[in-house]
Design a protein around this ligand. Structure first.
Ligand code: SF4
Ligand code: SF4
Length: 256
């Protein structure tokens, strides 16, 4: 990882001039423990995605925009293997899984986008033997320091959501960063300081903001539209939440 990005990630710096400056002009990387949340610590700010399953159409625009932004930026490249062969695979921070629910002919197609949920009490962090996995105190984003990761996969085993992806070429663990190198970049117009997936979604299914701010768009959506967390029984307190599919007259009637 570039030194200047590592510095940005670990200190929580939000100075855009620093973020866009060449490495030589940046201060040496520092890793103050105070920049990391303690296990179980409740933070004042927690950035997250809220995903509306009612309007996601499974187009994968969020998947490709995520891959493009992150593979061409400082968090990348996100390697692919056998991309045009019979067994293509690769590293993706965000995937959309599609399911058929119900009994034919009254089935329903559900598109389910999934990435790291930036848990408030992330089990992937304390299992990391090198301190590569950590949660930012400033905004609750869970990150991996590639320079410290040894690819042991403990975090992948600990994550109950299957959100971690080992980059086969670099042999480091990767995951969604909530586009941390973009959302704090003050050189971008305010409207662009959102994760790439949020910007790309054609149906507005992906909301982004601070779930600890009761007046934020995400908090209002969770409160008013029945937002829910995945598998709360694991007590990871996922920051990302989902808005349920809503029964409409058309969906209630089922297929013609
Ligand atoms: Fe860690 Fe998984 Fe939670 Fe992300 S979803 S913070 S990888 S436990
Ligand atoms: Fe830590 Fe990397 Fe091992 Fe995950 S794979 S536990 S980030 S050293």
């Amino acid at each position: 990882m570039m030194g200047w990005l590592r510095d940005l990630l670990q200190t929580g710096a939000t100075d855009a001039a620093q973020a866009g400056a060449p490495p030589a002009s940046r201060p040496p990387p520092s890793h103050p423990p105070s920049a990391r949340a303690l296990p179980g610590e409740t933070l004042a700010k927690q950035l997250a995605l809220v995903i509306d399953l009612n309007v996601c159409v499974g187009c994968h625009a969020c998947v490709t925009s995520c891959k493009e932004w992150n593979t061409s930026g400082a968090a990348g490249p996100l390697a692919d293997q056998d991309a045009y062969g019979p067994h293509p695979t690769g590293t993706f921070f965000n995937r959309v899984q599609t399911y058929e629910a119900g009994i034919f002919p009254g089935t329903d197609t559900i598109h389910f986008p999934k990435s790291c949920l930036h848990c408030e009490d992330p089990p992937c962090v304390p299992v990391c033997p090198t301190g590569a996995s950590y949660k930012r105190k400033a905004d609750g984003i869970v990150l991996v320091d590639y320079d410290k990761c040894i690819g042991c996969k403990y975090c992948a085993w600990a994550c109950p959501y299957g959100a971690r992806e080992l980059d086969e070429e670099r042999q480091v663990m990767t995951k969604c960063t909530l586009c941390v190198d973009r959302i704090h970049d003050e050189q971008l117009p305010v409207a662009d300081r959102k994760p790439a997936c949020v910007k790309a979604c054609p149906t507005g299914a992906r909301l982004f903001g601070d779930v600890k701010d009761p007046a934020s768009e995400v908090s209002i959506a969770i409160r008013e539209r029945g937002g829910y967390a995945l598998m709360p029984e694991w007590e990871t307190r996922p920051a990302n939440q989902y808005l349920p599919r809503r029964i409409t007259a058309a969906s209630d009637e089922g297929p013609a």
